[in-house]
Structures are given as structure tokens and as C-alpha cells.
Design a binder for this molecule. Structure first.
Ligand SMILES: *[C@@H]1O[C@H](CO)[C@@H](O)[C@H](O)[C@H]1NC(C)=O
Length: 266
């Protein structure tokens, strides 16, 4: 297998422009890339053939996300651009379905809500919850106060076990080493803060050379959150949303064995 940087270099060669994001469809039969030159390309995973391409002129495409729809006809890609615009492309019709501008600054991370009912584009310190049908922004989350948003992820989850109402959870990881976790019920246009995590910075901070803060729900159990970033040590932390504490930390090099441990310990 290629390393992430090798894969990005290879894709950059194929696309003739710097690739900013790569996302796989749910069944992994296709993957999509977006580039500094504004293009969004969909590739077949097996043959590496270009399936479809969408081109926007003079705007870098920073991030991408597949719609959760399982039927291939309904597949859409939400793409975030350097000027704060969000575009939704429909694959079957190869058309741009929607263009909105929820942010003034570059969109750095994007996801669909788990149900596909909303899009969640993130820009400097802000996440705008928008409808991919009407284009309306129903809520702006400002809690990350100016920090770059590195990742946003949404999962289906009954939030009752965390004492909140909601059928989805989402997380927002900021470059300020803080992660917010939210419980949402979008059919009620409701979302509440579920947890708020801050990770320590190393004492001698050489910010430029430090890796970005990233977080994700553990696929087999979304009440477990994985976090990596520049903590006091180079490590991957598992945070339990039910126990409200870091349950386990490990060196990033031991990622695969630790995911196994995480599963066995549940
Ligand atoms: C979400 O809101 C809908 C509409 O009000 C409601 O019927 C449903 O029970 C809610 N779900 C949860 C898990 O709170």
C-alpha cells in the first residue's frame, strides 16, 4: 500500500494539480478527489479510471464529502471552496445541483449529517449547518472561536445514553486542540453540546512543524472518540464519552494493535 503522502503525490500527478482531499464512497467502489485548480474528480477504485469530472474556474476546492445516500443514482458530493462557497454535485446527472455561500472564508472541512438532511461546512472558527435542499443556513456554531476547523464528522446514534435528546452525534476538531461533540435531532432543527475536550500543548511549542489536531468516532462504538494532535507526547488518545475521560493512549505507530485493544476492552 502507499502512504498517505505517496497517494496524494500520485493523485496530484494524475490530476495535474495539487490534490487537497480524497474521500471514498461508502461501498469503496469509487473515490473522489478535489484539487487546487477547482476540479472535483470521481474515480473507479478498481481500475483507477476517471468516472466523472466537475470543474470550477478560479477557485481551489479544499474538501469533499459523499452524501450518505446508498443508491448510486442518488449519490452526491458536497465540495467546499476557497471563497467560502459550497457546491453540491449530483453524479447521475453530472450537474451542479446547488451553490451556496455559508462562509466568507475558505471552507476547510465538510460533512453531511448522518441522515443526509443537512450539510455541515466548517470555516475559521465556524460551522454552518445548512440544508442541501433549500440552501438555508439553520444554525451557526461559533464555539471554536477563530480556530481553523480541521475535521467534522457525523454518525447516527441515539443520544439518550448520554442524557441528551437526539438521533445523531457530530464532532468538530479545531486547530486549537479542542474538540466539541454535539447531539442533534435535525428534524427538530435542534442540537446541543454533549462534550467539550481540550488537549494540552507541548511546553516548547514549535507550532509550524506540529501535526494537525484530528478526531473521529471509533466505527465499532461511536461513544469512543479517537484523537490525535500535538499533545504532550506523539500519541493517539481514546476518549470515552460515557466515562468522560481518556480511556487509553498509545503511540501512533501502534494504531492497528490499539484499535484491536479498544475493541476487546469494551
Ligand atoms: C427527533 O424529532 C422528531 C420530530 O419532532 C421526533 O419525532 C423524534 O422522536 C426525535 N428523535 C429523538 C431521538 O429525539
Amino acid at each position: 500500500w502507499w502512504s498517505r503522502s505517496e497517494l496524494f503525490s500520485l493523485l496530484t500527478l494524475c490530476s495535474a494539480a495539487q490534490v487537497n482531499d480524497v474521500v471514498f464512497s461508502r461501498d469503496e467502489s469509487r473515490f473522489a478527489t478535489c484539487s487546487q485548480d477547482g476540479s472535483v474528480r470521481v474515480w473507479s477504485t478498481g481500475s483507477f479510471e476517471l468516472v466523472v469530472q466537475f470543474q470550477v474556474i478560479n477557485q481551489a476546492c479544499r474538501c469533499l464529502c459523499w452524501s450518505p445516500s446508498s443508491s448510486s443514482d442518488g449519490s452526491r458530493l458536497a465540495a467546499g471552496y476557497g471563497d467560502g462557497t459550497l457546491r453540491i454535485f449530483q453524479l447521475a446527472s453530472t450537474e451542479m445541483e446547488m451553490k451556496l455561500r455559508p462562509h466568507q472564508e475558505a471552507i476547510s472541512a465538510i460533512t453531511y449529517s448522518a441522515s443526509g438532511e443537512k450539510t455541515l461546512p466548517g470555516s475559521k472558527g465556524l460551522v454552518a449547518v445548512s440544508s442541501p435542499i433549500s440552501g438555508a443556513t439553520i444554525r451557526v456554531i461559533r464555539d471554536h472561536k477563530g480556530a481553523a476547523i480541521n475535521s467534522i464528522q457525523s454518525v447516527s446514534e441515539q443520544c439518550k445514553r448520554f442524557g441528551l435528546e437526539g438521533n445523531e452525534m457530530f464532532l468538530v476538531a479545531g486547530a486549537d486542540r479542542r474538540v466539541s461533540v454535539w447531539a442533534a435531532n435535525w428534524s427538530k432543527e435542534k442540537c446541543d453540546l454533549l462534550d467539550w475536550l481540550s488537549f494540552p500543548a507541548p511546553p516548547s511549542s514549535e507550532e509550524e512543524s506540529l501535526p494537525p489536531s484530528l478526531a473521529a468516532f471509533y466505527p465499532a462504538d461511536p461513544s469512543l472518540l479517537l484523537y490525535t494532535g500535538y499533545g504532550l507526547k506523539k500519541e493517539l488518545s481514546f476518549y470515552s464519552l460515557t466515562k468522560k475521560q481518556v480511556s487509553h493512549s498509545t503511540s501512533c505507530l501502534l494504531l492497528f494493535s490499539s484499535v484491536q485493544i479498544g475493541r476487546n476492552n469494551r
